[in-house]
Design a protein around this ligand. Structure first.
Ligand SMILES: NC(=O)c1ccc[n+]([C@@H]2O[C@H](COP(=O)([O-])OP(=O)(O)OC[C@H]3O[C@@H](n4cnc5c(N)ncnc54)[C@H](OP(=O)(O)O)[C@@H]3O)[C@@H](O)[C@H]2O)c1
Length: 304
């Protein structure tokens, strides 16, 4: 298939290229090459490459900054997605819109399935939900793929930040009362590869399975990477005020994946292990030796 990828320079975008290029012809556009807020540019790009599928991974992802840059967040996440949806529909192309667990408020007290009521509590969450609505209103052939807590080889994310901090500090503080599902961009890209080869349209919750707090996530990162000397301090989200509110618990029930017969994503701990040991190629024995030489210091790292 001919596949257009937006946001191709981002952490998911680059793993999409890694996965999809094996079987498909890709037209991968970074922000520089295609600004999705420019309707005319989107039109020209899509008419030129006539894609069978558009994987729309471009987004304004700075959750805290979005609170003060509301217009920018809506321009990209809502209206930019509208521009993409209009052209996908005009071309008869399938559209994958990558969305987020932040469309939920986190108060359900259980894993969210695709039929649960959305109620975002941040500008970012609102802007992404509006993007979903445009896609649903405009397109027939869409997959809305909601995911959460992304990390991967090609970006700065919670995992890379914890590892970098563990090299410099012997004590880290982590939020222990917010829960979600860490997701490896490579696994998500593989899931997207499977849905685009189908006609099973609709909303999907696609995260690595299982749930943890940021504290437990960091604990597992340090364990796998062999940073046994780094001490973790659990802290509450309240003691860590940030501009954007986060859902307290936003893990997913992958009902649509099961119902439609797609392979489920693996458990988050297994995915994390693959990422750290294979993708980052970390040698845990070497790290242990290095960290003995680090001085004690405190670092707060609450929300990646
Ligand atoms: N990261 C997470 O934890 C997370 C969680 C749930 C859902 N998601 C969703 O997953 C998708 C991929 O996220 P990610 O982590 O890969 O984010 P990312 O690394 O920030 O990638 C997003 C890409 O979109 C590009 N972009 C921003 N504005 C654009 C515009 N106007 N036109 C074209 N491209 C533009 C960015 O370019 P610049 O870097 O040049 O700005 C960046 O390369 C997004 O839809 C996001 O909302 C992410």
């Amino acid at each position: 298939m001919n596949i257009l990828i937006t946001g191709a320079g981002g952490q998911l975008g680059r793993d999409l290229i890694r996965v999809l290029s094996k079987k498909h012809k890709l037209i991968a556009k970074t922000r520089k090459e295609l600004d999705i807020t420019n309707e005319q540019s989107v039109r020209e790009a899509v008419l030129k490459c006539r894609p069978d599928v558009i994987v729309h991974a471009a987004a304004y992802t700075q959750v805290d900054l979005a609170e003060s840059r509301m217009e920018e967040a809506y321009m990209v996440n809502s209206f930019g997605s509208r521009n993409i949806a209009l052209m996908a529909n005009e071309m008869g192309a399938k559209l994958v819109y990558v969305s987020t667990d932040y469309v939920f408020d986190g108060t359900k007290g259980a894993a969210y399935n695709e039929l649960d009521r959305t109620n975002p509590i941040s500008v970012y969450g609102h802007s992404k939900l509006h993007g979903e609505k445009f896609v649903q209103l405009i397109c027939d052939k869409y997959f809305i793929v909601r995911t959460s807590w992304l990390y991967g080889k090609y970006g700065s994310n919670f995992v890379t930040k914890v590892l970098a901090n563990a090299q410099q500090h012997s004590e880290l503080s982590m939020v222990a009362d917010q829960f979600g599902s860490p997701t490896y961009t490579y696994d998500l890209a593989r899931f997207i590869e499977q849905v685009i080869e189908s006609e099973r349209y609709g909303i999907y919750h696609a995260s690595n399975r299982g749930m943890c707090s940021r504290y437990e996530f960091a604990e597992e990162i340090l364990r796998i990477a062999g940073h046994s000397a780094v001490r973790l301090n659990p802290v509450t989200a309240d003691s860590f005020p940030l501009p954007a509110a986060r859902p307290v618990r936003s893990d997913f029930d992958d009902k649509a994946i099961r119902y439609n017969g797609f392979p489920r994503l693996r458990m988050w701990r297994d995915a994390l292990q693959s990422f750290i040991l294979e993708d980052l190629n970390i040698d845990s024995e070497r790290i242990q030796t290095d960290e003995i030489m680090n001085e004690t210091d405190k670092e707060e790292l609450g929300n990646g």
